[in-house]
Design a protein around this ligand. Structure first.
Ligand code: ATP
Ligand code: MG
Length: 285
């Protein structure tokens, strides 16, 4: 369903990712890992046609990106849910209203304008609210929710769009370990229950290993690893996180730490002594 052949992506004519070859099937759960600035968000945004394609052939479903009309782009985007780190909710509206708003793009305009949902749509909205476990707070305003709850509203709203693909840009980076696990569990349920393809940028390597069926590692302006969690070896991690035996710049060390599982052991033994953050402390308990 997603096919990239020798694709180069970038901004203002300047490449960020070069010669990308990638094929994904419906129903995969893919984690993208890499240092800050590697190009993870660029790859994700390119799937909704928001990044310049400087070379190559790029297909998502039946759409050929780079040569797509505005109408087709709108259609493509209506089939892809996007979860942002900043949630992008309407704070003054209730949980249920925010979730239901995910359906507006597929409704006839007159009904969408007055937000008139039929019985079936409301039943589906309720089902998605159950999937993310927010029925108890259905009528609460979103500005009264915790970060984890807000992220779950954003996921249910994306689900209400009935997407083929769900893109998540660091969906758990701002959450405490317990809320983060809950969000990852929900993404996993959505993947298995609805067959939605999930592609998530993840700074927590442990989550990528645990939840994803496939991991893509980005470094050096391209894909340097593409395989199963079991195939991801130390040598790949060293390349993805720019770990070398020579002296490393401070920011690289920080980036490696940032990518590590909170409270877990480093994939790189050299860093272990620095990154053991007690779960309670990290969660602010
Ligand atoms: N709008 C833009 N215009 C020009 N360059 C950009 C733009 N957005 C990103 N870049 C550049 O593209 C490169 C990749 O950025 P990108 O945001 O994709 O990285 P990332 O892997 O998602 O990083 P992070 O983990 O910090 O989110 C960086 O060098 C960045 O400076
Ligand atoms: Mg990013």
């Amino acid at each position: 369903m997603i096919n990239l052949e020798n694709v180069t992506l970038g901004y203002n004519g300047k490449p960020v990712l070069n010669n990308v070859n990638l094929h994904m099937e419906q129903g995969e759960f893919v984690g993208i890992i890499g240092l800050s600035g590697a190009g993870k968000s660029t790859l994700l945004m390119s799937l909704i046609g928001s990044i310049d394609i400087l070379a190559g052939r790029y297909r998502v479903g039946e759409y050929q990106l780079g040569n797509i009309s505005k109408k087709q782009l709108k259609e493509l985007r209506s089939r892809i849910g996007f979860i942002f780190q900043g949630y992008n909710l309407v704070d003054r509206l209730s949980v249920l209203h925010n979730i239901m708003s995910g359906m507006l793009g597929r409704m006839p305009l007159p009904r969408a304008l007055v937000k008139c949902y039929d019985r079936d749509s409301l039943a589906r909205g309720y089902e998605y609210m159950q999937t993310v476990d927010l029925v108890d707070v259905a009528h609460q305003r979103c500005d009264a929710l915790s970060g984890g709850q807000r992220q779950r509203v954003a996921i249910a709203r994306a689900l209400a769009q009935e997407p083929d693909i769900l893109l998540a840009d660091e969906p758990v980076a701002a959450l405490d370990p317990r809320s983060a696990t809950r969000v990852m569990d929900i993404l996993n349920t959505i993947n298995s229950r609805y067959g939605v393809t999930i592609i998530a940028n993840l700074h927590h390597l442990s989550f990528a290993r645990e939840y994803c069926s496939r991991i893509i590692g980005i470094a050096e302006g391209g894909i340097v690893f593409d395989g199963s969690p079991a195939e991801l070896a130390q040598a790949h991690l060293d390349r993805i996180y720019h770990v070398t035996n020579s002296a490393r710049p401070e920011e690289n060390v920080a980036e490696v730490e940032r990518s590590l599982p909170i409270g877990g052991a480093s994939p790189c033994p050299r860093f272990n002594k620095n990154i053991l953050i007690p779960v309670k402390e990290a969660a602010g308990i």
